[in-house]
Design a protein. Structure first.
Length: 253
């Protein structure tokens, strides 16, 4: 299970910065009691290059994606470069591969979408960001299941994307446990938060009331919401009896 969040800094979690006003107790617990903290671990400075490197094992300049893709770009992750989920699906590995969340590696044609690049299923956004409640960017709905756009009528505009993507990830885990007992799972959970627009549910805003600056307070709330939901994913893996056999990776882009 690979969890990546969007635009958090190295000092924005408790396990990397104990003095941070942003409290992330779930991530702290995983890091201190069940994990290993990689202190010399680096990503590219923006979304697309980091995700290209993750999917291919190559530096971004070797994929041609050195800048974040914006708007409706023709550029994509080159189809000739194998991706991590494609390799995991090969004979001898046989992984079920699922993606939830932000793709941001091109969407100009069907051949470059997640389900054409190694993922059995996809639920999330193609582009760089969207309104976390309306699931829209530049007046266009950017929420997709497989290759089909989710209709406006099916979107709950009161539900934050962090909650929505967690719900889908939990569904994937439970379904895999029920249907594929002997088949390994690769779940790529790419949250759209805390990338702007800065939006969070009220309960998490209240948790960050100690931060006076509103922008920073909202960012804190998005991190608290992520932390809580990552805990829900962890608890689902434990309830399914999968946690002890799972390599759980957390990073930002």
């Amino acid at each position: 299970v690979f969890v990546i969040i969007d635009d958090a800094g190295v000092s924005d979690t408790q396990f990397t910065n104990p003095d941070s006003p942003i409290r992330t107790p779930v991530l702290l617990d995983i890091a201190q009691n069940e994990g290993v903290v990689l202190t010399d671990f680096y990503v590219h400075p923006t979304c697309t290059p980091t995700r290209a490197a993750l999917m291919t094992g190559l530096y971004a300049h070797n994929t041609g994606l050195v800048f974040p893709l914006m708007g409706k770009p023709p550029a994509t992750l080159p189809v000739g470069i194998p991706t991590l989920p494609e390799l995991l699906k090969q004979a001898g590995h046989g992984y079920a591969t699922h993606m939830v969340g932000k793709w941001h590696l091109g969407h100009s044609k069907r051949a470059v979408l997640p389900t054409s690049r190694g993922f059995d299923t996809f639920f999330g956004l193609h582009g760089y960001t969207f309104d976390h409640y309306r699931k829209s960017s530049e007046s266009c709905i950017d929420l997709w299941r497989g290759t089909e756009q989710v209709p406006q009528s099916a979107i709950n505009v009161t539900e934050h994307a962090t909650e929505l993507f967690t719900k889908e990830a939990i569904h994937v885990i439970r379904k895999h446990r029920a249907d594929n007992v002997d088949r390994p799972l690769f779940l790529y959970l790419a949250y759209s938060a805390p990338h702007d627009p800065l939006q969070a549910d009220r309960e998490y805003m209240d948790m960050c009331s100690h931060i006076r600056h509103r922008t920073r307070r909202t960012f804190c709330a998005m991190m608290r919401q992520l932390d809580t939901n990552i805990g829900r994913v962890r608890d689902t893996l434990k309830d399914a009896g999968m946690w002890d056999d799972t390599l759980f990776v957390f990073t930002s882009d």
